[in-house]
Design a protein around this ligand. Sequence first.
Ligand code: NAD
Ligand code: WQD
Length: 339
Amino acid sequence: MSTILVTGGAGYIGSHTCIELIRAGYDPVIFDNFSNSKPAVLARLNRITKRNIPFVAGDIRVKEQLEAVFDAYSIDAVINFAGLKAVGESVQKPLEYYDNNVNGARVLLSVMKERKCFNFVFSSSATVYGEPDSVPLTENSPVKRANSPYGQTKVDIEFMAEELQKAVPDFSMILLRYFNPVGAHDSGLIGEDPRGIPNNLMPYLTQVAVGKLPHLNIFGNDYPTPDGTCIRDYIHVVDLARGHVAALEHCMNRSGVHIYNLGTGIGYSVLDMVKAFSKAIGRELPYRFAPRRPGDVVQCYADPSKARNELGWSAQKNLDEMAADSYNWQKNNPNGYDN
Ligand code: NAD
Ligand code: WQD
């Protein structure tokens, strides 16, 4: 079976994807520098999968470290989750974001080219659509200049992959545009473990639920939406992980540029999320309305039909499962991974 190098595989989405890769018969090799994850995730993954998943410590910006992995394993494809992802931090530290994300992807692609490993799966984002002209978003919706350095690294890496594919047509560039990943594995052993106070809605909700934070601040209730709060396409991380497997199965060794939206196609408001979460925990979750957050788009949700038609993949888990699994993870691990 095929061996898949999973860069950033110790992180939130990468760890869930390793489980689904194994379930589908692939052999993942995790490569991570733990800049935003903890070694403890590896033992948890081995416990869930009853396997000893190979792990290599390293940084995708360091060519020799990647070459050593290609020397040690016969890699058939790479899924690149390795990247920094905090929108606000990227505004403060743009050079770090360009270096880690864009330069990291450049070094990774150069080693892949050298080693004739032509299957590249990239964690892109709905952020490449900017403020949408209309929803739902299809893969043909315009890609816009992003409104943060983080978002722009996604746009730039997509372009770099497309340009490289033109120059080296053997490449299969699989660009997956995630909407809003939430939830956790139903074992409660792995999940999202942000550092400090969470920026994103779901980890903030889970921390309010376990009493680490007093209440949710809802950023704006005067948007032109039915309840005045912003609308997003939240997708369970296990569905998202399975989307990677479906994309690999369909696009591996099929040269070209393959772009897919990975979302559910359903838009939920912030208040919908609070309701679902309150249901999952069996009590009202405290919230307050606060001013709008600069840079927030009003609504963003996918048209996921291309992935359904071509990959045979669609999201299966509903909002209640997303809320219940997120809460289960947080409840079992109030302080996230211990080390
Ligand atoms: P995460 O921070 O949990 O995982 C990223 C992993 O990459 C971490 O384990 C980190 O230690 C590692 N890493 C970072 N830079 C590295 C480097 N230079 N070399 C080696 N390892 C490195 O984030 P996540 O939520 O799992 O996201 C994974 C990818 O998906 C990221 O590229 C992110 O931008 C993208 N994405 C995430 C979301 C989201 O909302 N979570 C949405 C769209 C796209
Ligand atoms: C969702 C909604 C907030 C927190 C971000 C990145 C995007 C992508 C995913 C990677 C918004 C509201 C949030 C809170 C709130 N990442 N909210 N109170 O902004 O859609 O996307 O993460 O590519 O690039 O921008 O996700 O979870 O931050 O916010 O009211 O404490 O929840 O205003 O409407 P977002 P989010």
